[in-house]
Design a protein around this ligand. Structure first.
Ligand SMILES: Nc1ncnc2c1ncn2[C@@H]1O[C@H](COP(=O)(O)OP(=O)(O)O)[C@@H](O)[C@H]1O
Ligand SMILES: [Mg+2]
Length: 254
């Protein structure tokens, strides 16, 4: 394969220069991290599953007219996306109290929220992605007030879509995180959903049993992460035929 320019290596993905101007190749790694990378491991097959699942969800958003960066899947671990100027926020939507919210407010995990709540954290690993009020976002110019209105309404639409899709396969969407970016048409910026939508960035609980099918399996040592993600993929009918996660060393997939 011709050498490509690596643009960025993050915790879960590598970005390469895309084939066309304005495009990027996202390579999904098997690396799993939690608690701001204090806990790390390599989970065989995770990247393949997340590449497929993110493709599935982004295509669903496209069908509903929710703009996003997905262009096409290139292979088992890579997808071509539109390059965007990432808004430095993690946009979190919650339907049920869990994780940091449950902890912060002393709520029992699993308590349904009166309505979906959108919150923002400032994307900065060295600070541990701190929760920020909207006031900061406008004041520091991370996004304009008009963009914030659009971010909130898009995030809620994504929530309706994802909740529905998950509900249809017996999974409760507890919360999720997305990133958004700007693409320019001339001088005019437009917001699109970027990064990934996968069990790495959602909390997914089986409706019947409450079993966790997301990255909490890794964070909290609840079992085999690949099995959990494979179950989500299987229920959604997103089952790559050649995903294997044998305990022996896998063959290199490029
Ligand atoms: N369409 C896009 N254009 C530009 N950057 C993107 C796009 N989608 C995602 N990114 C960025 O690519 C990186 C993805 O790699 P990841 O391993 O998730 O990084 P991190 O460790 O920063 O979370 C993130 O920093 C994300 O903001
Ligand atoms: Mg990331």
């Amino acid at each position: 394969m011709a050498r490509r320019k690596k643009l960025y290596e993050g915790k879960a993905k590598i970005l390469y220069e895309g084939t066309e101007p304005g495009t990027i190749v996202q390579y999904f790694k098997d690396d799993a991290t939690a608690f701001n990378a204090e806990k790390k491991d390599v989970i065989d097959g995770k990247g393949v599953l997340n590449n497929r699942l993110s493709e599935f969800f982004m295509k669903g958003l496209t069908q509903l007219g929710i703009p996003n960066h997905f262009i096409k899947r290139l292979n088992m671990r890579e997808q071509l996306v539109r390059a965007a100027e990432i808004v430095p926020l993690e946009i979190i939507v919650r339907n049920v109290a869990a994780g940091s919210m449950a902890k912060r407010l002393g709520m029992e995990e699993g308590t349904p929220l009166p309505r979906p709540i959108v919150e923002f954290s400032y994307k900065d690993d060295s600070l541990g992605d701190p929760l920020v009020p909207e006031e900061y976002i406008a004041a520091f110019g991370w996004a304009s007030q008009q963009e914030m209105d659009e971010i909130v309404s898009m995030a809620l639409r994504v929530n309706d879509y994802l909740s529905g899709v998950m509900y249809g396969v017996g999974i409760k969407l507890v919360d999720f995180k997305i990133e958004m970016g700007r693409v320019y048409e001339g001088d005019f910026p437009r917001l699109i959903v970027a990064d990934e939508i996968s069990p790495d960035s959602c909390r997914l609980w089986d409706i019947e049993t409450g079993q966790k099918l997301d990255k909490d399996v890794f964070r909290r040592d609840l079992g085999n992460l690949t099995d959990a993600y494979t179950e989500v993929a299987r229920r959604l009918g997103v089952m790559p035929s050649n995903v294997t996660h044998t305990p022996t060393k896998p063959t290199l997939i490029n």
